[in-house]
Design a protein around this ligand. Structure first.
Ligand SMILES: Nc1nc2c(c(=O)[nH]1)N[C@H]1C(S)=C(S)[C@@H](COP(=O)(O)OP(=O)(O)OC[C@H]3O[C@@H](n4cnc5c(=O)[nH]c(N)nc54)[C@H](O)[C@@H]3O)O[C@H]1N2
Ligand SMILES: Nc1nc2c(c(=O)[nH]1)N[C@H]1C(S)=C(S)[C@@H](COP(=O)(O)OP(=O)(O)OC[C@H]3O[C@@H](n4cnc5c(=O)[nH]c(N)nc54)[C@H](O)[C@@H]3O)O[C@H]1N2
Ligand code: SF4
Ligand SMILES: [Mo]
Length: 727
C-alpha cells in the first residue's frame, strides 16, 4: 500500500537532494547567490525568503525558512492580502510537493504504449526538439487548430497563452468551465465584471452562502474573514445538501434539495420586491430592467419554492426579511464551484441580482482588489495571427455569451472523438490534470486515443502525464521565478527559495525555448527570467533588486482612474443589467427564470463532490505530509438510506452511473440528505508514478456524466445520478 515518510526520512531526503546537487553541480548556485546578495541568507546559507504559494489558485504570500539550502518551514507573509500571516494546511505542507520523491526531474519521452507508464529520460534539447517538430508537423498537415491547448490558472499562464495564440490555435481549455463559469458569466452579464462580491466588509451582519464551503474549500483570507464575521456575531445561512464544516459553524444550515437553489433565490427576490424591501433609489439610478425582473419573479412565491427546495415557506420569507433588515451589511455570496446543474447560470444571476437591488455597492459588493497587470510592462511582441477556424468547444457558435478566454473545456472531447467539425491531432497540457478533473474519465481517455501527440508540463507524473508522449518537468513554485503579480497598490514576486532540483526549469524558460524552436521567438523577447521581470517593472520605476529583497513592493504611483462618485459598469448599458439584452438577443431569458433541474429516478441518488481542507483538486494527494492527515476517502451515505438498502458502515459498494462504475467503501452518516451520496474528489489515480496516492480511494470522475449549462458553459457535476449496491 502507500508508504509514509518519517520526519527523519524527510530530513534525510532533503539532505540527499542538496548533496546530489552539490556533487553533480549541474547548475550554478544562482539562487543562493541572489538570496545572499538580497540579504536573505547568511554566510551559512540560512535565512528567510519571501515568495508565493502555489498549492492552490489563491496564491498566498509565504515566507520560507531555509537551512543548509533546504526549505524547512513555510509560513504566511503578513504583508500579503491573501495570507495575512497565515498559510492553510496545504500551504504549510507545500514543501513536500517540492521534495516529493516522485517528482519528475528530467524530461521524459514515452517508450511503451500510452498509459503503460514506460518512459525514458531525455535531455531538454531532445525533448524540446521533439515537441516542436511534432507541433510543426501537425500545423503543416492539418492547420494550427489541430493542436488543442489547456491549462489551469497560474502565474505562467500568460506565457502559455502567448505560445498558443502565436501558434494560431483557437482551441484552449481552462479549468474555469469545470469550476465557476456560472458565477463569472452571470456577473459579466449583470455588472460587466467577474466577481464583485466577497466577504471583506468588517461590518457584515448577514451572510448567505450557497454551497460555498469556505471552512474546507479554503481561500485563506476569505475563510479568515468568514470566521471573524462569525466571531463578531454575524448570522450565516448556509445552503448545502451536506452538513460540512461550514454548516457546523453557520447559524442556520438548510439542506436544500440539489439543483433547487434557483427556486430559493427566486423566492427571496419575490418577497423582497413584492414587499418593496429593496433600495429603490439605488435601483432607479443604477440599474436597468427592474420591471421585467419584477414581473418574472412575481410568480415565484415562497409557497411555490418550498416543495422544490425542501425548505418551509416561512423560513424563506423570514430569511428575505432578515437579509433586507441587515442591508447594506448583508451579502448573498455567489459561491465558487457553483456549476452544479444546467440551471446554475440562472441561480448565479438571481444571487447577483439579490445583492444589486439592495444597493449595497461599496459595502458587500465592490470593484474588488483582484490580480490585475495594468500597472506593469511586458516584453514587446508582434500581433497574433488571425484565426478563422471554429473552436472545438462550441464558443461562440454553441455558447454565444461565454468569453473566449474562459471557454467550455469539457465539451471539446466529443468533437475530438467525432472529428467534427474537424480532427484534432495534438494536445498540449500545462499545470492541469484533465484525466482526473474533467467529468467522464473514459471519454477523456477516448479523446486521447484519437490524438497523434500529447505533451504535458507538470512537476510530477500526474494521471495526464502518465498518458502523454512527452513530459516536461517544471521547477516547483519554491524553485522558480514567475511573472509578477500586482494586487491593489502592491506588486508581489514569486522567486526561487531553493535551487531547482534535477533538470527542472521555469515556465518562463520552457515556453521561450519552445517559441524559438517553433519560429515564434518574437513573442518571447526576453533574455532570461530576470530580464522578463525587469521589463515588467520598467514603467513602475522599481528595481528588480528591491523587489527580490523584500518579495513585494508598493507601487510608487497608484492609478486612481475610475474612482469617482458616479458609478458606471462595464455593461452595454453602463448600468447594472437586471434584464440583459445581450442574453435576450441570443435567445436566452433576459431575467433569471425558473428552469426545472433533472431529478434522479427511483433507486438513483445525486452524487455530490466537494473539497476537503487537506488537499487541492487532483494534484496534492501524493504529498506525504498531507496524505498522513487524510482519512481514507469513503462514500457518504445517509444512515436511513443505508438501513433501507441493507448497507452498513465500511461496506464495499459498487457505484454506477450511465458512463462508469467504481468500487468504494461506505461512510454511514447523518451529515447528508437521504437522496444524496458524496465522494471526496482527487482519489483513484491511474498514474502509478504517484506512489503515495496510487491505490487510495476511487475516482468520482470515472462516474461523472458530462452535462453543460447551455448559457454559462459550466459543467453540472451534481447532476450525475447513480445507483449503489453491495460489492
Ligand atoms: N482545501 C481546498 N480548498 C480549496 C480547493 C481545494 O481543492 N481544496 N479548491 C479551490 C477551488 S479551485 C475552488 S473552485 C473552491 C471551491 O469552493 P466551494 O465552491 O466552496 O467548494 P466545493 O467543495 O467544490 O463545493 C461546495 C459545496 O457544494 C455542495 N453542493 C453540491 N451540489 C449542490 C447544490 O445543488 N446546491 C448547493 N447549495 N450546494 C451543492 C457540495 O456538497 C459542497 O459541499 O475552493 C478553493 N479552495
Ligand atoms: N470530480 C470533481 N471534479 C472537479 C472538481 C471537483 O470538486 N470534483 N473541481 C473542479 C474545479 S473547482 C477545478 S478548479 C478543477 C481543477 O482541475 P485541474 O486544474 O485539472 O486540477 P489541479 O489538480 O489543480 O491540477 C493540478 C496539476 O498541476 C500540477 N502542478 C502542481 N504544481 C505545479 C507547478 O508548479 N507547475 C506545473 N506545471 N504543474 C504543477 C499538479 O501536479 C497537478 O497535476 O477541477 C474541477 N473538477
Ligand atoms: S489558500 Fe492555502 S494552498 Fe491556497 S495559496 Fe493560500 S496557503 Fe496556499
Ligand atoms: Mo475551482
Amino acid at each position: 500500500m502507500t508508504k509514509t515518510l518519517s520526519r527523519r526520512d524527510f530530513l534525510k531526503l532533503g539532505g540527499a537532494t542538496s548533496a546530489a546537487l552539490a556533487v553533480g553541480s549541474l547548475l550554478p548556485p544562482k539562487v543562493a547567490q541572489a538570496a545572499r546578495e538580497a540579504g536573505h541568507l547568511n554566510a551559512d546559507g540560512d535565512g528567510f525568503i519571501s515568495s508565493m504559494c502555489e498549492m492552490c489558485v489563491w496564491r498566498c504570500g509565504l515566507i520560507a525558512k531555509i537551512v543548509d539550502g533546504r526549505v524547512v518551514k513555510l509560513d504566511g507573509n503578513p504583508d500579503h492580502p491573501h495570507s495575512r500571516g497565515n498559510l492553510c494546511p496545504r500551504g504549510q505542507s507545500g514543501l513536500m510537493n517540492t521534495y516529493d520523491p516522485d517528482r519528475v526531474l528530467t524530461p521524459l519521452i514515452r517508450v511503451g504504449k500510452r498509459g503503460e507508464g514506460k518512459f525514458r529520460k531525455a535531455t531538454w534539447e531532445e525533448a524540446l526538439d521533439l515537441v516542436a517538430s511534432k507541433m510543426t508537423e501537425i500545423k503543416n498537415k492539418y492547420g494550427a487548430e489541430a493542436m488543442v491547448f489547456s491549462s489551469t490558472h497560474n502565474l505562467s499562464q500568460p506565457l502559455f497563452e502567448n505560445l498558443l495564440y502565436a501558434f494560431g490555435s483557437p482551441n484552449y481549455g481552462t479549468q474555469r468551465s469545470l469550476c465557476f463559469n456560472a458565477m463569472i458569466v452571470a456577473n459579466l452579464m449583470t455588472y460587466g465584471m467577474e466577481e464583485p462580491a466577497r466577504i471583506y466588509d468588517d461590518k457584515l451582519k448577514y451572510i448567505l452562502l450557497t454551497g460555498r464551503n469556505l471552512l474546507e474549500a479554503i481561500s485563506t483570507s476569505e475563510t479568515h474573514d468568514l470566521v471573524m464575521a462569525i466571531d463578531r456575531g454575524a448570522k450565516v445561512v448556509y445552503l448545502d445538501p451536506r452538513y460540512t464544516k461550514t454548516a457546523s459553524k453557520a447559524t442556520e444550515w438548510l439542506p436544500i434539495k440539489p439543483g433547487n437553489d434557483l427556486a430559493f433565490h427566486l423566492a427571496l427576490l419575490n418577497v423582497i420586491i413584492g414587499e418593496k424591501l429593496y433600495n429603490r433609489t439605488f435601483v432607479e439610478k443604477n440599474t436597468i430592467g427592474f420591471d421585467e425582473l419584477k414581473k418574472e419573479v412575481s410568480k415565484y412565491t415562497p409557497d411555490w419554492a418550498s416543495p422544490l427546495t425542501g425548505i418551509p415557506a416561512e423560513t424563506i420569507t423570514r430569511i428575505a426579511h432578515e437579509f433586507a433588515d441587515a442591508t447594506p451589511h448583508a451579502l448573498a455570496h455567489n459561491g465558487w464551484r457553483t456549476s452544479n446543474f444546467v440551471n446554475s447560470f440562472h441561480t448565479q444571476r438571481a444571487i447577483t441580482i439579490l445583492n444589486a437591488i439592495m444597493g449595497n455597492w461599496g459595502t458587500t459588493i465592490t470593484t474588488g482588489a483582484g490580480e490585475e497587470s495594468g500597472a506593469l510592462g511586458a516584453p514587446s511582441q508582434p500581433p497574433y495571427p488571425r484565426i478563422s477556424a471554429l473552436r472545438l468547444d462550441g464558443v461562440p457558435w454553441k455558447y454565444p455569451v461565454v468569453p473566449f478566454k474562459i471557454g467550455v473545456f469539457q465539451e471539446m472531447r466529443d468533437n475530438i472523438v467525432s472529428g467534427d467539425p474537424y480532427e484534432a491531432h495534438g494536445w498540449f497540457i500545462s499545470r492541469q490534470n484533465p484525466v482526473m478533473s474533467l467529468p467522464d474519465r473514459g471519454k477523456t481517455l477516448k479523446a486521447f486515443e484519437k490524438l497523434d501527440f500529447i505533451v504535458t508540463v507538470d512537476i510530477s507524473l500526474n494521471d495526464t502525464a502518465w498518458f502523454s508522449d512527452v513530459v516536461l518537468p517544471e521547477a516547483s513554485y519554491l524553485e522558480r521565478y514567475d511573472p509578477l503579480v500586482p494586487i491593489g497598490d502592491k506588486v508581489f514576486l514569486r522567486q526561487p527559495v531553493i535551487e531547482p532540483q534535477g533538470e527542472a526549469k521555469s515556465a518562463l524558460w520552457i515556453y521561450k525555448q519552445l517559441g524559438e524552436r517553433l519560429g515564434l521567438g518574437d513573442f518571447f523577447q526576453y533574455a532570461d527570467e530576470d530580464d522578463y521581470l525587469r521589463q515588467q517593472l520598467e514603467p513602475t520605476g522599481i528595481s528588480l533588486e528591491e523587489i527580490k529583497s523584500k518579495g513585494w513592493v508598493e507601487l510608487k504611483e497608484t492609478s486612481h482612474a475610475g474612482e469617482s462618485s458616479e458609478l458606471t459598469w462595464n455593461t452595454p448599458s453602463g448600468k447594472i443589467e437586471l434584464y440583459s439584452d445581450t442574453l435576450a438577443k441570443v435567445g436566452f431569458p433576459g431575467v433569471p427564470t425558473w428552469e426545472e433541474p433533472p431529478q434522479p429516478a427511483e433507486g438513483q441518488f445525486y452524487l455530490l463532490t466537494g473539497k476537503v481542507a487537506q488537499s487541492t483538486q487532483f494534484g496534492t494527494q501524493n504529498n506525504q505530509l498531507l496524505h498522513k492527515y487524510s482519512d481514507d476517502p469513503r462514500l457518504w451515505i445517509n444512515a436511513k438510506t443505508a438501513a433501507n438498502l441493507g448497507l452498513a458502515d465500511d461496506d464495499w459498494v459498487e457505484v454506477t452511473s450511465s458512463v462508469g462504475m467504481i468500487h468504494t467503501r461506505l461512510q454511514v452518516t447523518q451529515a447528508i440528505r437521504p437522496d444524496c451520496l458524496y465522494m471526496t474528489p482527487g482519489y483513484g489515480h491511474l498514474s502509478k508514478g504517484l506512489t503515495t496516492a496510487f491505490g487510495v480511494g476511487a475516482a468520482d470522475s470515472a462516474v461523472h456524466v458530462t452535462f453543460t449549462d447551455p448559457i454559462s458553459g459550466g459543467q453540472a457535476l451534481s447532476q450525475t445520478f447513480v445507483t449503489i449496491k453491495k460489492a
